[in-house]
Design a protein around this ligand. Structure first.
Ligand SMILES: Nc1nc2c(ncn2[C@@H]2O[C@H](COP(=O)(O)OP(=O)(O)OP(=O)(O)O)[C@@H](O)[C@H]2O)c(=O)[nH]1
Ligand SMILES: [Mg+2]
Length: 377
């Protein structure tokens, strides 16, 4: 499954002009019909024999949802357990309860502004006498958090090239999981029948290039790289030329998270973005920021900086298997209004999940087995 990107990769049959065509997600079908899709499907010959059959209809993996639920919902430090402990035995909603709730929400990585917004919603309902039972507070928080997540998941407009590859530029500070996420995302594209080229734009460390090459071998996709320490923009320029000439469906570009020179990272990323655009005017079609969910409020600050520099269009939140504080996701959605495309919940190739607001909130608030059963294949 490759929900959002699959939708984006559906191109119009007959473009109205020779220019790039703007396609609004709202007008696109929920499920891509491979028989009518006009996505170029020519695969490089050497890759074609090793690609698995398209697996669009593959059943959702209950184990992944369960792992998310185990980490967020069932953990004693998770939001719902802490809420239950706070609300236990309370007979009325008063200021003392709101004060304790405020502390709980902030320490669950929801951040001050998002926590305040949640509390204000609850207070309004108390004032309007729609809310008097402390236990019902949980439902109010559930609904409001879901609203934040759905809000940032809004349909986004995207300009796709009439022909040529869909280009994703991946950015983020060092160690957040960029290269690993690229491998996982590329594997999803390959599974759904797209040809993928990876470009090793993190040229500052030889190990970074090798890491991408290993992912390329593991998932049988080509990796374009230059020699270590070469100029990332020139490697990326050559990679784009190669990707366009060989008619790849998707190009994913890895970038550095920290530079070992005096060059400012944000300036380098701006330059890289311009260079990508020189090869294909509408590219990059997605600037994906990878954030480590275990870094809490830091992730929000990073997102602001990257967004200011290169205009982030989508997020991947990694390492959700390493935190019981799912609040960070609601915080990011509320603060940044940038859609979360994927969540990473492990280091393996299939440990990346399309972000689904309902499923996420379900995992966050359900302590019991319920919710996972519907995902059993
Ligand atoms: N538990 C867990 N680990 C992850 C996840 N995603 C990535 N990692 C691990 O995080 C570490 C850093 O990942 P990388 O992909 O190398 O991160 P990067 O952003 O490319 O780092 P730099 O290239 O140094 O900028 C690796 O050990 C990954 O296996 C995840 O969702 N869960
Ligand atoms: Mg890397």
């Amino acid at each position: 499954m490759l929900g959002w990107f699959k939708k984006k990769l559906t191109r119009k049959e007959e473009p109205e002009s020779a220019e790039a065509v703007a396609i609004a997600l709202v007008t696109e079908p929920e499920v891509v019909d491979k028989t009518t899709s006009t996505v170029p499907s020519a695969l490089p010959e050497k890759l074609a024999p090793v690609l698995p059959e398209p697996a669009e209809a593959a059943p959702r993996k209950p184990s992944m949802f369960k792992r998310l639920q185990d980490r967020l919902g069932k953990s004693r430090n998770g939001l719902v357990h802490r809420l239950d402990r706070l609300l236990l035995g309370r007979k009325k909603i008063d200021q003392e309860l709101f004060d304790e709730l405020e502390e709980l929400l902030i320490t669950a990585d929801l951040g001050v502004s998002t926590a305040m917004h949640l509390l204000d919603t609850a207070k309004e309902q108390v004032q309007r006498k729609q809310l008097s039972d402390p236990q019902a507070l949980k439902q109010v928080l559930h609904d409001q958090i879901l609203a934040f997540l759905r809000d940032s998941d809004r349909p986004a407009e995207l300009v796709l090239p009439e022909s040529g590859p869909f280009v994703i530029m991946v950015v983020g500070v060092n160690g957040v999981g960029k290269t690993t996420s690229i491998g996982k995302i590329a594997a999803k594209f390959v599974k759904s029948g797209q040809s993928v080229l990876l470009i090793a734009g993190d040229t500052f460390r030889a190990a970074a290039i090798d890491q991408l090459k290993i992912w390329g071998e593991r998932i049988s996709v080509e990796v374009h790289c230059g020699p270590p320490k070469s100029d990332p923009s020139s490697v990326i320029f050559d990679g784009m030329v190669r990707g366009i000439a060989k008619k790849y469906d998707v190009i994913i570009i890895d970038t550095a998270g920290r530079l070992h020179t005096s060059v400012n990272l944000m300036e380098e990323l701006k330059k890289i973005k311009r260079v990508i655009g020189k090869n294909l005017a509408t590219a990059p079609h997605e600037v994906m920021l990878v954030l480590d969910a275990t870094t809490g409020q830091n992730a929000v600050s990073q997102a602001r900086l990257f967004h200011e520099a290169v205009g982030v269009s989508g997020l991947t939140l990694t390492k959700l298997d390493g935190t019981a504080k799912g609040g960070i996701v609601a915080n990011i959605c509320h603060e940044l209004k940038i859609p979360v495309r994927f969540i990473g919940i492990g280091e393996q190739v299939d440990d990346l999940r399309d972000f689904d607001p309902d499923e996420f909130v379900n995992a966050l608030f359900s302590r019991e087995e319920q919710g996972s059963s519907e995902l059993e294949p």
